[in-house]
Design a protein. Structure first.
Length: 166
């Protein structure tokens, strides 16, 4: 059991201690600053990433709020456009209705005038026919009465007396 690794001698122990010291010195002198620098740069990268994520989160909140405001304004504008269109449509319908009523009244008035004209025309024609018939009847009666000479003289005398009185 004389294995030098299990039971090292003092010389082996010293050399192991010197080797470990040199290795520790090299690592402390060159490796440790690089390791710390690498850890600091990673820490900074993580902190920057967290800061950017917080900024992105804030920007997203602002964008969401802005989008909601834009949506609200768009809804208001849409409602205003619909109201304006509805009012314009109602105005157009009212104007069309008024024009149609006016045109109907004009047509009715024209029809009434035509009816009155035709009525007057028919009445004039009827009067003319009645006058013609009356003249014809009077002519026939006068011929019948004037065919008798004494009666004709008597009739003429009565008519002259009536004319003188008026």
């Amino acid at each position: 059991m004389n294995n030098p690794l299990i039971n090292p001698g003092i010389g082996t122990f010293v050399w192991m201690l010197v080797s470990f010291g040199i290795l520790a010195f090299i690592l402390i002198k060159f490796g440790w600053p690089m390791l710390l620098k690498s850890l600091r740069s990673r820490e900074e990268a993580i902190a920057n990433s967290l800061g950017e994520a917080a900024k992105a989160r804030e920007e997203m909140k602002h964008l969401v709020a802005h989008n909601e405001e834009l949506m609200r304004q768009a809804k208001i504008e849409r409602d205003e456009m619909l109201r304006t269109a509805r009012v314009a449509g109602e105005d157009i319908v009212a104007k069309a209705r008024a024009e149609a009523t006016k045109e109907a009244d004009r047509i009715v008035e024209t029809a009434r005038e035509n009816i009155n004209y035709e009525k007057l025309k028919a009445m004039t024609e009827l009067k003319n026919q009645i006058a013609t018939l009356s003249i014809e009847i009077a002519e026939k009666l006068l011929r019948a009465e004037l065919s008798n000479k004494p009666q004709a003289d008597e009739l003429i005398r009565k008519e002259l007396d009536l004319m003188e009185l008026n």
